[in-house]
Design a binder for this molecule. Structure first.
Ligand SMILES: Cc1cc2nc3c(=O)[nH]c(=O)nc-3n(C[C@H](O)[C@H](O)[C@H](O)COP(=O)(O)OP(=O)(O)OC[C@H]3O[C@@H](n4cnc5c(N)ncnc54)[C@H](O)[C@@H]3O)c2cc1C
Length: 413
């Protein structure tokens, strides 16, 4: 969508094909009924500057987000809240004001901060050892933080991506905000983007699955584009990596790229939505659990008729394949109950498991680039090469990069 908006902004004709009936891909609403829920709870935590720029350009009001200082709360009593003071005072203030940490912990944090500039190789676990992080910090802060932002454990996450995320948090006060969408994820960017495109005469065709891309006499045709059988000068493949590999199967020169796309590791995520008929409190906006199969619990920004909705996230779903949805819902309820003794059972629960939800930031993985060996056939998506983790910001940046590549190719020599 970001690629389409950018191209349309430059007066190019664009058509977006979406196989699903709903817009948003891996960040979409699933049901907008009495209990609205999505395919997973999404937050914008860290540097999301291009996403926010795009939302502003689309006229999306800032009030679509609840803005909070980024904070780490754990049941063991560690509380670390990002200060909004400018760097370098903000990060120092955050470390100074953190609760549940000793002087050793604070000094270890400052050691890690200094090491971030040069952290390039190895895993997060190795970085934590090399910078002599204390047990409390390692177990209560860095491991859950790593899992939350990089989608994998400290043992298998790349130190480079971890350092990139932390540097972004520390750089300026805007990056240390936690933005919690107040609207469902399809409403956040895809719907305003679709309106923008249609106002400019471009179309978004849902329920249109592209089956194959063909190149004939320098023009692309798309199998599945039943509307007009049009020819296109450029194509951006903006699907998940495995689908991109399948769509590119007609091009012999892209065999290596297809292998790279198929080799990218993915993780499944389960999100458990719970609704309680009473007020439910949590000690912070997002609680990172360290001793439960549930990794994160958060209160949703919806209280309708006294019903409080919460979401609990399990990021390593594969490890709990034998557990039923009811098991997972009960596990999530038990976590919420820890902060709310005598809590009644939820009156509604829903478990949504998204297969291949994210591309974890693991060391040594080769991420493809925007351009392919076939001229004017480009890739976009969160899995592409980027210093940061695969998330919404990376997906938006990848779309913009693909659009700008096309704009460059059209410029007179
Ligand atoms: C449960 C969960 C929680 C997450 N939490 C966060 C979070 O808190 N913060 C964050 O920043 N990111 C989060 N993410 C990651 C974020 O959702 C993704 O990084 C982002 O949505 C990727 O966007 P994309 O455009 O690259 O790919 P996608 O969203 O996967 O879009 C690809 C699109 O291509 C369509 N498509 C596929 N095949 C075809 C075809 N043949 N023809 C036409 N269309 C096709 C799909 O239907 C889809 O709409 C989360 C993801 C999940 C699943």
């Amino acid at each position: 969508m970001s690629a389409a908006v950018e191209l349309s902004r430059h007066e190019l004709d664009v058509t977006v094909f979406e196989s699903g009936s709903l817009l948003g891909g891996r960040a979409r609403v699933v049901d907008a009924g009495a209990y609205t829920y999505g395919n997973g709870e999404h937050f914008l935590a860290g540097a999301y500057s291009e996403t926010l720029r795009m939302l502003r350009a689309l006229g999306v009001a800032p009030k679509v987000f609840r803005r909070l200082p980024f904070a780490i709360h754990t049941p063991a009593g560690v509380q670390l809240t990002a200060s909004t003071a400018p760097a370098p005072f903000g990060p120092l203030l955050s470390v100074f004001r953190a609760r549940g940490l000793t002087l050793q912990d604070r000094l270890a944090m400052l050691r890690l901060k200094r090491a971030l500039r040069s952290a390039t190789e190895g895993s997060v676990a190795q970085l934590l050892v090399a910078t002599r992080q204390t047990t409390v910090l390692t177990e209560q802060v860095w491991k859950p933080f790593c899992l939350a932002v990089l989608g994998t454990t400290a043992d298998s996450a790349a130190a480079q991506a971890f350092a990139y995320v932390l540097r972004a948090y520390l750089r300026d006060s805007a990056s240390s905000e936690l933005l919690v969408p107040r609207v469902d994820m399809s409403e956040l960017l895809p719907v305003p983007a679709t309106l923008y495109l249609s106002r400019r005469g471009n179309s978004v065709r849902t329920l249109t699955r592209i089956e194959r891309i063909r190149l004939e006499s320098g023009r692309f045709t798309l199998d599945g584009d039943y509307g007009e059988g049009s020819h296109y000068s450029h194509v951006i493949v903006a699907t998940q990596a495995d689908t991109a590999a399948w769509l590119l199967s007609g091009f012999d020169s892209l065999t290596l790229l297809r292998n790279q796309l198929q080799a990218l590791p993915t993780e499944d995520i389960s999100t458990i939505y719970l609704a309680y008929p009473c007020a439910v409190s949590l000690p912070g906006p997002i609680i990172q659990m360290t001793d439960s199969i549930v990794h994160t619990v958060t209160r949703r920004d919806r209280t309708i008729h006294g019903v409080q909705e919460l979401a609990a996230i399990i990021r390593t779903r594969d490890a709990h394949r034998d557990r039923t949805d009811d098991d997972l819902a009960l596990e999530a309820h038990k976590v919420v109950e820890r902060f709310n003794p005598h809590l009644v059972m939820p009156n509604w629960t829903k478990v949504v498991t998204e297969r291949n939800a994210i591309y974890p930031a693991t060391p040594g993985v080769i991420r493809p680039r925007t351009i392919t060996a076939v001229p004017n056939l480009l890739l976009a998506g969160d899995y592409l090469e980027s210093p940061g983790p695969a998330n919404i910001e990376t997906a938006v940046c990848a779309g913009l990069a693909a659009a700008r590549q096309i704009l460059r190719s059209l410029r007179p020599a």
